[in-house]
Design a protein around this ligand. Structure first.
Ligand code: DQA
Length: 146
């Protein structure tokens, strides 16, 4: 059975490619999805790639991952810095999860330095652009095969 991974993207990530390209680069979310699909195929992972602008939807998807026994790669966007509910969902389901940020949040505004997700993540990758998603898939594949 293929190991199951959900790649979840939070608010405003649907704007990638046109949103602050100096910060987030030129790749669109469709480009990121295409490279994730290639990587998942190579790793033998079954991939669901999703984006939402709604906090509760992200939480429902974390619960779904828990029920499915799936791993999660998540870029929670700005909810990273605000969402205790997301923290609780990850903690409550115990899903293995890698947090990814395209930009180096630690080199940006101070309000981006704190993450509610990091304390309940298996690992965190920041500042490497779309490659961060591919490294996160490597990491989640290794965790799921343990
Ligand atoms: C982001 C960083 C967040 O601070 C920001 O709100 C985003 C994108 C990133 O991928 O670098 O929406 O998660």
């Amino acid at each position: 059975m293929a190991r199951d991974v959900l790649v979840l993207n939070g608010p405003n990530l649907n704007l990638l490619g046109t949103r602050e390209p100096g910060v987030y680069g030129a790749a669109t979310l469709a480009d990121v999805e295409a490279s994730c699909r290639q990587k998942a195929d190579a790793l033998g992972l079954s991939l669901d790639f999703r984006q939402t602008n709604h906090e509760g939807v992200l939480i429902d998807w974390i619960h779904e991952a828990g029920r499915r026994g799936a791993g999660v790669v998540i870029n929670p966007g700005a909810y990273t810095h605000t969402s205790i509910a997301l923290h609780d969902a990850i903690k409550g389901t115990g899903v293995p999860l890698i947090e990814v940020h395209l930009s180096n949040v630690h080199a940006r505004e101070t309000f981006r330095h704190h993450s509610y997700v990091s304390p309940v993540a298996s690992g965190v990758i920041v500042g490497l652009g779309p490659q961060g998603y591919l490294l996160a898939l490597d990491a989640i594949a290794a965790i799921l095969s343990k």
